[in-house]
Design a protein around this ligand. Structure first.
Ligand SMILES: [Zn+2]
Length: 166
């Protein structure tokens, strides 16, 4: 099996809508809602060090999914202080290894950095379930969205197991 959309076909391609320029401000940007991470509205960190905090998601379908945020409010990779930019590789490797250690049946750990919702640097780590080849590549976030959510307690418990393996 190769990567497959989590929808039955035929799907019909559609045209993109009108472009919205300027784009509406994101969370944590001037004119936008406050930053959820800086104001403590995000889920409590399960692990942290002097540069980074690691959080479970809410309302998700993939136990073991976590997101990593910088302690400082900066937007993207190019805004990180040089020391943090260099440290990102080290901490990303630690998160990946902890996920592979703490979770059962993970084929690969996918990283996603979107930045379209909030302007505070954060990167998603999603475990691609072993054998779930249809969720390869860009399909995993779509499958994550379509599969039924598990209780938030289960997402937090999986994140805590990852934290314990960090
Ligand atoms: Zn922030």
């Amino acid at each position: 099996m190769t990567m497959t959309l989590p929808y039955c076909e035929p799907l019909v391609p559609r045209e993109p809508g009108e472009r919205q320029i300027p784009e509406p401000p994101r969370r944590g940007e001037p004119g936008g809602p406050p930053c959820g991470i800086c104001t403590g509205k995000a889920t409590k960190a399960v692990w942290s060090d002097e540069n980074w905090t690691l959080h479970p998601p809410v309302g998700g379908s993939l136990p073991g999914a976590v997101w990593l945020a910088s302690r400082v409010h900066v937007d993207s990779f190019s805004d990180l202080p040089e020391e943090l930019a260099a440290d990102f590789g080290r901490v990303a490797a630690r998160v990946e290894k902890a996920m592979l250690t703490a979770l059962d049946d993970v084929a690969r750990v996918h990283l996603y950095r979107w930045g379209d919702g909030g302007s505070h640097f954060h990167v998603w780590f999603l475990p691609r379930p072993l054998g779930m080849l249809e969720a390869s590549g860009m399909m995993l976030p779509l499958w994550e969205d379509v599969l039924p959510n598990v209780p938030n307690e289960e997402l937090a418990a999986a994140a805590k197991r990852i934290a314990a393996a960090m």
